[in-house]
Design a protein around this ligand. Structure first.
Ligand SMILES: C[S@@+](CC[C@H](N)C(=O)[O-])C[C@H]1O[C@@H](n2cnc3c(N)ncnc32)[C@H](O)[C@@H]1O
Length: 301
């Protein structure tokens, strides 16, 4: 699922996506082409969707993450400064930033970056201290943000990392951090994922389905070391696993992720439809995808 070539000719000020799309829709020159009659940019290199279901999935999974971790920013990262500057890269619909901003002083600055802002709230409705920008994290960061942030957060970019090598992404995340600033990188443990079922229930379709999403991202086994070799001190990997009582909530999120991936990247609708129906039957009977969560914290030297 890695290796989608990314090109981005969009300006970095974050206003282009909404403006262009709204104009197209108003003039009647664009027709719905996605799930549920929504609009999907054919040239968007992202392996998942950006429609209402994809957005709702990001929101639901954010609250599951927060429930599991018990924090948004890891407690070892200092956040007391009133002029703190926080970035969330590959922000999606910006839910992590919004949730964090609610409990912090209005003087703290929050900046979300993403290759597309199609999933964020309309710009005039953003809180005054939350700013959204278009940025392809494989490109050099906007110059005004070099060395700007005290905290840089990134979550769930497994489908974005290319060739099993996180270093190009890491180099750009590092560029926007201040010396002494903290990186927090949250991921699903796609190597440690498994399918569990109650005795007597088979789960071969869930196994097949999750194998299409998991298992090739070995960089996660080395990221702590890579951080140490690339300008960071005190790099620590934390791991979080949820219990079986939470498994159905999480498993449905992963089936929904796979469904987006199947629709956008696999493009084998009949085969995927059959697999989904059988996997769903297994879920109902008592089987679930279990994926632990990983959080790296490291301080830029
Ligand atoms: C799985 S979503 C995670 C969203 C958010 N971090 C969260 O946890 O809710 C991955 C995000 O990466 C963004 N993305 C994909 N390729 C990117 C790139 N080259 N540069 C910046 N963001 C990118 C996608 O647009 C998407 O919003």
């Amino acid at each position: 699922m890695n290796g989608h070539a990314v090109t981005n000719g969009e300006p970095v000020n974050g206003t282009s996506d909404h403006t262009i799309k709204n104009r197209q829709i108003k003039n009647g020159t664009a027709l719905p082409n996605g799930w549920n009659g929504t609009f999907v940019n054919e040239k968007d290199p992202y392996a998942l969707m950006r429609d209402c279901n994809a957005n709702a999935r990001l929101t639901a999974q954010h609250y599951l993450w927060r429930d599991l971790l018990g924090f948004l920013v890891h407690p070892s990262i200092p956040t007391a400064a009133v002029d703190l500057k926080v970035a969330d890269v590959a922000t999606g619909n910006g839910i992590w930033l919004h949730d964090l901003a609610r409990d912090m002083p209005a003087s703290v600055e929050f900046h979300g970056f993403d290759i597309s802002l199609d999933q964020v709230v309309a710009k005039p409705w953003l809180p005054a201290n939350i700013h959204m920008h278009t940025w392809d994290l494989f490109e050099q960061p906007p110059p005004e943000f070099v060395g700007y942030f005290d905290v840089v957060h990134v979550r769930l970019i497994t489908v974005v990392v290319k060739h099993n090598d996180p270093r190009p992404v890491l180099a750009n995340l590092t560029r926007i951090l201040k010396p002494g600033g903290y990186l927090q990188w949250d991921e699903v443990d796609t190597i440690g994922c498994s399918v569990q079922s109650v005795p007597g229930v088979t789960a071969e379709n869930l196994e097949r389905l999750i194998a299409q999403l998991c298992g090739r991202d070995t960089w996660k086994s080395y990221l702590t070391q890579i951080l140490g070799e690339n300008g960071y001190a005190d790099a620590v990997r934390h791991s979080y696993a949820y219990g079986l009582h939470m498994s159905r909530f999480w498993s449905d999120v992963y089936m929904a992720t796979w469904k987006e991936f199947a629709l956008k990247a696999l493009k084998t609708p009949e085969e995927s439809g059959r697999l989904e129906r059988r996997a769903m039957e297994e879920s109902v009977n008592g089987a679930a995808i279990m994926i632990p969560k990983l959080v790296w914290v490291a301080r830029k030297l």
